[in-house]
Design a protein around this ligand. Structure first.
Ligand SMILES: *Cc1c(COP(=O)(O)O)cnc(C)c1O
Length: 346
């Protein structure tokens, strides 16, 4: 039976050119800054993001942690969305390891934080209060339907931050999905922020790795933070070489994932017993609800599993599917057929 794995774009496997590149990668000790493949990747990534410098880290989670721990010290506060990956899915790292307090405000359905809410969350100068240091945004917004944040919005948050002497960090795990969906260069989405991370190992299909970007000064400090976290690695060229291929060869094809997600969402909208907000589908992540009284969420998941369809359950009757390099249009047709059967036959 063919498995159609729609849980996440992290399940993508490296391409043949990536495996070739791993085998042939020129290597050195990256803790001494001597791994040529890593240096090449970091330079390329910084250029693409329009930043002075970049740093390879093992995961997006460590990337976000490096950014926050580099910008903030203990007892300071970070303004974060209540549906952000950093708040929900990173094991409380900024608090556990950095003594940094998240100040949570609501994410809107399009992934934004209202400027009024941000402004109201900024602490005044008072000995009783923690100091606000940083605002974090997420683009595309994973939990908020994979929504892309526009450059205009990001700039408005950055301007607000500057007015209050704050910094902005962007969890840009899927930044290329945002740039393709919005039809703008990535740099337009990154120029106004102080730091960002993006993932090589999601839609871009590299096996491991994320990149932290920022000013030369910031990255010099981030290097120390990465070392503290145990993220100083040695012959990282085996990771960096496929990462370089990811940036060179795998960006434009993300448009295909968006088309597949669209087809999947439109198909789901036709299935009685399933409910989806089509207007929110803009990238490769879709969420839908089971609204059938004939099948429970447990049975729904189980029967799809038996048909080889893997998806993520994110609430009592809410589900996520993510399209990626391993999913082709015939997989979308097969998935829709299975979804229809499971809902109708129960
Ligand atoms: C996946 C993801 C991360 C973390 O990346 P890992 O490499 O899985 O640690 C961070 N932010 C967002 C929005 C993500 O989707």
């Amino acid at each position: 039976m063919k498995i159609i794995d729609l849980r996440s774009d992290t399940v993508t496997l490296p391409t043949a050119p990536m495996r070739e590149a791993m085998y042939h990668a020129e290597l050195g000790d990256d803790v001494y800054g001597e791994d040529p493949s890593t240096n090449r990747l970091e330079k390329m990534a910084a250029e693409q993001m329009g930043k002075e410098a970049a740093l390879l880290v093992p995961s997006g989670t460590m990337g976000n942690l490096v950014c926050v721990l580099t910008h903030c010290t203990r007892g300071e506060e970070v303004i974060l969305g209540d549906k952000s990956h950093m708040f929900l899915n990173e094991a409380g790292g900024i608090s556990a390891l950095g003594g940094i307090q998240p100040h949570i405000i609501p994410n809107q359905p399009d992934g934004t934080l209202r400027l009024e809410d941000i402004e109201a969350a900024i602490r005044g100068d008072n000995i009783h209060f923690p100091r606000t240091r940083l605002i974090c945004l997420e683009n595309t917004h994973n939990r908020c339907n994979g929504s892309p944040l526009t450059s205009k919005y990001i700039e408005s948050v950055a301007a607000l931050a500057r007015r209050h002497g704050l910094l902005v960090s962007l969890d840009a795990a899927r930044i290329f999905n945002a740039s393709i969906a919005l039809g703008v260069d990535v740099k337009e989405l990154t120029h106004s922020v102080d730091s960002l991370i993006f993932c090589l190992s999601k839609g871009l299909s590299a096996p491991v790795g994320s990149i932290v970007c920022g000013s030369r000064e910031f990255i010099a400090e981030a290097l120390r933070t990465r070392k503290i976290l145990g993220g100083g690695m040695r012959q990282t060229g085996v990771i960096a070489a496929p990462g370089t291929i990811a940036l060179e060869q795998m960006v434009d094809r993300l448009a295909e994932d968006h088309m597949n997600a669209r087809c999947l969402a439109e198909g789901i909208a036709q299935i009685p017993g399933l409910s989806i907000d089509l207007a929110r589908v803009q990238t490769n992540i879709i969420y839908f609800d089971l609204v059938s009284d004939r099948v429970t969420a447990d049975v729904f998941m189980k029967q799809l599993g038996q048909k080889g369809i893997k998806l993520l359950r994110t609430g009592p009757s809410r589900f996520r599917m993510v399209t990626h390099y391993g999913i082709h249009s015939e997989d979308i047709d097969a998935t829709l057929m299975c979804l229809g059967k499971v809902v109708e036959e129960s």
